[in-house]
Structures are given as C-alpha cells and as structure tokens.
Design a protein around this ligand. Sequence first.
Ligand code: FAD
Length: 392
Amino acid sequence: MNLDWLIIGGGIHGVHIAARLIGEADIAPEQLRIVDPGERLLARWRTCTTTTGMDFLRSASVHHLDLDPWSLKRFAGKGKKRRPRVFTPPYDRPALALFNSHCDHVVETFGLSDLHIRDRAMACTVDCDGVGVRLLSGREISAQNLVLAIGASEQPEWPDWAPQGEARVHHVFDPGCSGWPSQSETVAVVGGGISAGQVALRLLDEGHQVHLVSRHAMRQHQFDSEPGWLGPKYMTKFSRERDLDRRRALINEARHRGSVPPEVWRVLRSAISRDMLRWHECEVQGLDVRDDILKLQLSNDEVLDVERVLLATGFSSHRPGGAMIDALIDSASLACARCGYPIVDSALRWHPRIHVSGPLAELELGPVSRNIAGARRAGDRLVNAVLSERSD
Ligand SMILES: Cc1cc2nc3c(=O)[nH]c(=O)nc-3n(C[C@H](O)[C@H](O)[C@H](O)COP(=O)(O)OP(=O)(O)OC[C@H]3O[C@@H](n4cnc5c(N)ncnc54)[C@H](O)[C@@H]3O)c2cc1C
C-alpha cells in the first residue's frame, strides 16, 4: 500500500487531522489511512472519559473534531429542538454524550472508519522516497507523509510505591483496566487532579467507601491552562522564545497540573464536609499488600486499610512513542530538545515527511498542544502547509 498520508494514532488528534486533511486540504480518502490498535477510532478517549464518570468536558464547545468551530453547537440543535442540559456554563462546555455523538458524526461524515487500520505501528523508516511503517501484524505500509498522533494515553503514571500486577491496585487509565469494583468496597483513590476527583465522586455514587489521597491542597482552575494560551496573548511571547529549555519551562509553568475546576471542587467539598468522602492531603509512603487487606501508609503516619487502590495519577510526562520513536530518532537523525521532545518547524515537521501532533508538538504549540484545542491548532498548521506547498 502506498499512500499520500498515514496517521499513526486514531485518538482525538489523529481523527481531527484526518478530517481536516480530507475536508480542507482535499486529500483523497483512499490516499489516507489511520493506524490505531483500538477496536474503533477514539477507543482510548472513550474508555478514559467513561472511567472517570465525567458528565461534561472541561473545554468549551468550540473545541471538537469537526472543521467549523460552530459545528458542535449546530449539531446540538436550536431552540426547542435542542436536548436539555447538553451544554453547561461557564464557556458552554459540552456534555460528554453530546461530544461523543458529534465525534461519531465527524467519523461518519469523512468515512474515517473505512480508513482505520486496526493495528499497531512497530517501526518507521524514512528516506527521500517516503516513509515505511511496519505494523505488528507484519504488514508494511509506505506513505509520502506521516503524522505521529500517538498521544500519551498509553503511558499512565505509576508511582514507585504502587506494585504493578497486583490484582487490587490499578491505574484508572491503564489500557484494559479491569479494576473497577463491582460490589461495595473501601477504595483509596490516589491523585490530586480533576480525574481523581471525578473517579472519587463516581465511586461514592456507586455506594463505595472512598478515601481520596492527594499530595497537595485542591488547586482550583477552570482550565488546565489559561485561555490566553489559545491565542496571541501568551503564544506570541512563547513563539518568539528561541531557547527550547525556556519554552519547556514556560509550558511547565503554564500547565495547571493536578487542578480541578470549581464545579468539581464544590461537589468534592460538599462530600468531604458531610464526611462521605475521606480526604487526606499527604504523600503515600508505601503499600503493604496483605491477603485480606491493603495497608496504605501515609506521610502523616496514618495507615488506611482499604480493599482496593485506584491510581488517578495522570500520564507520564516523558516523550511518548517508546522504542519506535527512539529508533526513528536515531535512524533519521531527528532533532530533540534537552527535554527529549521533538524540535519541529512551524508546519509541525520533524522531518520533511514527518509531522507531529499532541505532546510531540508541544514545543511548537505550547501548553494546549495535548488538548482538543491543540488538535485544532495542529490541523491548522498541517492544512496550511499542504495548501501552500501545492500553490508553490
Ligand atoms: C479523562 C480525560 C478527559 C479529558 N478531557 C478533556 C477535555 O475536556 N478537553 C480537552 O481539550 N482535553 C481533554 N483531555 C485531554 C486530551 O484532549 C485527551 O487526552 C485526548 O484524548 C488526547 O488525544 P490524542 O489523540 O493526542 O491521544 P490519545 O487519546 O492517547 O490517542 C492516541 C492513540 O494513538 C494510539 N497509538 C499509540 N501508539 C501507537 C502505535 N505505535 N501504533 C498505532 N497507534 C498508536 C493509541 O493507542 C491511541 O489510541 C482529557 C483527557 C482525559 C484522559
């Protein structure tokens, strides 16, 4: 198979970029494929968001996967035709169910399911004729252009004290996590951000006894970075910064890691004040695994006896892509900053034939790069690059 475009990763970023290339850059669908191991496109997004029990997205209604920013609003219908409670203030954030139906609509509009190759990319090579990708199935695909849209969702962050492989300790974002309790249990949720809060609230709703262990006080922020990062207010200074260590520092400073929006904090605070949710602001120092119980040792000398530990500690911040990307960097001499992340041009090109999106693009797109807004920014850059190359 020799394609014009191959996208590795069929998450939020891969799907949006495919829609933009087909819908705005006139790439023929038969010349584009998306490789992703999920049984359907967006499978990781759906599993991660369902697990948290979230009802609404954290981002505004203009951040979605279609081309026109108002598409999601239109899709929700107008006046009496609009279903109730599909958006919530502030910023008209969409209900997860609405957002997901709209994703299905985008996938259908651009016929993306037919372009999905259910497989995993294992190795990439590049030369002046194009890119070659070997899949887990042994199949080889070549393409003129590659987009790496591999996200971070395959690398959940495991604290050192948490044993992997123990049947009662799970990361809520582990691919294939089967650790959700089916009957009433005492559960410790570890983590201090929105997902930890939402997981704790979902467990409470389902009748469990819940401890929430966070190593810092609740940090309240509506978004995971200030809206000024979506436009010139902060991005002008970021783009002018030539020192990539400094750019990395700006990203780290800008990101409100481990923060919760006020509406989630209100529900958590109410559950804590009514003693329904036990809140512990301290570090976990260790876990003693016994046959009948798990003993979680906290830095305030308390020991929690629980039946299950659910980690909601987010994703590891190291460069995603593992051995496949390491080997590609070596073989194609791709440039990386000291933080290990790609140095790309304004068209998100890491190499004349390799574009990146999501975390891999963050030294160019800034703190919103991983989010839905970042997928839209990446779409802008790629479409502009294709159109301007064509007009040259
Ligand atoms: C619970 C939750 C809620 C969120 N809510 C919001 C929100 O409200 N608003 C917002 O803007 N952002 C939100 N985000 C952040 C972000 O938008 C999502 O994480 C989004 O899913 C990232 O999309 P992605 O395509 O980069 O990555 P992923 O969803 O990780 O998709 C990447 C895909 O690439 C695949 N892949 C990886 N390696 C390979 C390979 N070698 N071969 C083939 N396929 C591969 C993976 O299996 C995966 O399917 C949320 C994140 C989470 C976890």
